[in-house]
Write a protein that binds this ligand. Structure first.
Ligand SMILES: Nc1nc2c(c(=O)[nH]1)N[C@H]1C(S)=C(S)[C@@H](COP(=O)(O)O)O[C@H]1N2
Ligand SMILES: [Mo]
Length: 377
């Protein structure tokens, strides 16, 4: 438990015990100065404003799960500081007969389970609308590092909805975060929130309070976040404060102005390589990567090392879970010079990544095959 204490916890404890705050700064770590609390070493992350993208070249040494300190962060504003002792989750609205106000302890006492799932931003891959298709979309210019896979533990949302007396006529569950209201272009859009249909809410959605066996970190939604397997990241509302169950379809800026009509994430692939990585020429390298789909496990992955002329099947390795990803590898002996690597996955619904995807204003769900430049020397 002790190793999970944040600087804030330490400060609170110190204050509670009225200890002099002469604790050395190094012992506490740096005070969070930006919108993200955890350290963001440049070897691990590319920072885009309030967001931090995972570098794919660092994933090669990692296992199936992305450790909490390596997981990408997408914040509309900044990570809030929430006290779990006073925190409450309100469950209310015309879709429930018995509104609830749950404490952290209440949630801990409810039945829980583990779910291994990706969280992926709908905008992951957005920069390729510009660099690969010549039609830039505005927004965070993610390459492919706006995704991570973790093992989440928490209470199935169905358990809570059942206790709240879910009504037959319930339609949507609107989840709202406790982070600051989102203001952009001079407009205050209110707190970050987005509805999910009741069918999905009852299926596999989790009220997650643990990530990879640790207390949920502040940047990933402490004390409780929603985890919506297979769906775009914005569905998985962090710092959850409220669940409003409606008896009619709900509209918010986050399902009309942004992310309209999106739910399940498409099939995608990434190489565990730096952009413009340099490999040893004339020597056998092991190309590795991961592929994922919100619809089904991955059936096969084809790789081209010559810009798309010829394709070879990669070997799939280890777990291949729906809602998460599969790792793969393939040997390659590059000739000196520049090369373009392509990986194309097909999931078990039979859907393969296309060469080109239609443009959309938001730059969402870029799932075309990405052309990854490397050099051999
Ligand atoms: N309350 C709240 N929830 C949120 C967000 C946010 O800014 N505020 N960002 C969303 C978006 S767009 C994504 S992609 C995921 C990112 O989750 P992560 O930061 O844990 O990786 O959280 C979602 N949940
Ligand atoms: Mo996102």
């Amino acid at each position: 438990m002790i190793e999970n204490l944040t600087r804030r916890d330490v400060l609170k404890l110190a204050a509670a015990a009225s200890l002099p705050l002469a604790v050395p700064r190094v012992a506490l770590g740096q005070a969070p100065s930006g919108p993200i609390v955890k350290p963001l070493p440049p070897e691990w992350f590319v920072v885009h404003g309030t967001n931090a993208e995972m570098r794919w070249e660092t994933v090669r040494e990692l296992g199936y799960l992305i450790p909490n300190e390596r997981f990408f962060v997408r914040n509309h504003t900044r990570t809030p500081s929430i006290d779990a002792r006073t925190w409450r989750l309100q469950v209310h609205g015309p879709g429930v007969g018995k509104p609830l106000s749950l404490s952290y302890r209440d949630l801990e006492r409810l039945p829980s389970c583990d779910v291994t799932s990706a969280v992926e931003c709908a905008g992951n891959g957005r920069s390729f609308f510009g660099s690969q298709q010549g039609t830039p979309a505005s927004g965070t210019p993610w390459k492919l590092g706006g995704i991570g896979v973790a093992r989440w533990r928490g209470v199935p949302l169905s358990e809570v909805l059942e206790r709240a007396g879910l009504r037959r006529g319930a339609v949507d569950v609107l989840a709202e975060g406790l982070d600051d209201p989102y203001v952009t272009g001079g407009v205050d859009y209110g707190r970050v929130r987005r509805p999910i249909p009741v069918g999905k809410a009852l299926d596999d959605v989790l009220l997650a309070y643990e990530m990879n066996g640790r207390t949920l970190p502040p940047d990933h939604g402490f004390p409780v976040r929603l985890l919506v397997p297979g769906w775009i990241g914005i569905s998985s509302i962090k710092w959850l404060g409220r669940l409003e169950v409606s008896d009619a379809p709900v509209e918010t800026a986050w399902n009309t102005k942004w992310y309209p009509g999106l739910g399940v994430q498409p099939v995608k692939s990434a190489f565990e390589l730096a952009w413009d990585a340099v490999l040893p020429a004339g020597r056998r390298s092991r190309l590795t990567g991961r592929s994922w789909s919100g619809s089904a496990p991955i059936k096969h992955v084809e790789v081209s090392t010559d810009g798309g002329a010829r394709w070879r099947r990669a070997e799939l390795r280890g777990p291949n879970l729906r809602d998460a990803w599969v790792r793969w590898e393939l040997p390659w002996t590059p000739a000196p010079g520049r090369h373009e690597l392509l990986a194309r996955a097909t999931d078990w619904t039979g859907t393969s990544q296309p060469d080109v995807v239609p443009f959309n204003e938001g730059g969402y769900q870029f799932w075309a095959v990405v052309r990854h430049p490397v050099a051999a020397a």
